[in-house]
Design a protein around this ligand. Sequence first.
Ligand SMILES: Nc1nc2c(ncn2[C@@H]2O[C@H](COP(=O)(O)OP(=O)(O)OP(=O)(O)O)[C@@H](O)[C@H]2O)c(=O)[nH]1
Ligand SMILES: [Mg+2]
Length: 203
Amino acid sequence: MSGKSLLLKVILLGDGGVGKSSLMNRYVTDRFDSQSFHTIGVEFLNRDLEVDGRLVTLQIWDTAGQERFKSLRTPFYRGADCCLLTFAVDDLRSFQNLAAWKKEFMFYSDVRDPERFPFVVLGNKVDKQEGREVGSDEARAWCEENGCFPYFETSAKDDMNVGAAFEAAVREVLAAEDHTDHALLSSTIDLHGNRKVPRSSCC
Ligand SMILES: Nc1nc2c(ncn2[C@@H]2O[C@H](COP(=O)(O)OP(=O)(O)OP(=O)(O)O)[C@@H](O)[C@H]2O)c(=O)[nH]1
Ligand SMILES: [Mg+2]
């Protein structure tokens, strides 16, 4: 395993209430809050992981999905290595809005190679099978048509496929790019054994 950690920025986008914050919190802190508040602006959390022998610091940026917070979230799109387009399977509107989220990301992120930029699509809340409004086949077809994006059906509540989705995002980035221009973080260890990477922040 390499002694250097690769810093990757992934950004969660999607309608308000689809479960972006819940997915990030499930992945980083292994907790779920059934009464979570809407996000205002953006927040991020880091998690170290190892993918195919590479040590990676995943910096997960969670954005506010509500329209009124648009101006607070869009300045943070630049520098993203992967975008996780998120909808809730019990909310057809959130699925129909994926194209608009992709467009907004492309407009504000100013990515170098739009055709090759890695997206991963998450259909969250699959634990709510009764109220389901978006079928797996329909979601997969959208992913296929819009760029062969990997698709994961997740539940932040039941911890289903959450880790797999974030790991897929890392794999997409590693596969898509010659990542020499990513920040290589020193793996210097302090006397308490802590890696010198910021754990979390809130903007
Ligand atoms: N049943 C179920 N509920 C979920 C799941 N994920 C999130 N929720 C609930 O859905 C609601 C909204 O979740 P959030 O994570 O705050 O949604 P968000 O996408 O961050 O919303 P904004 O911050 O407004 O953009 C909360 O009540 C969560 O508890 C899930 O996988 N299953
Ligand atoms: Mg949120």
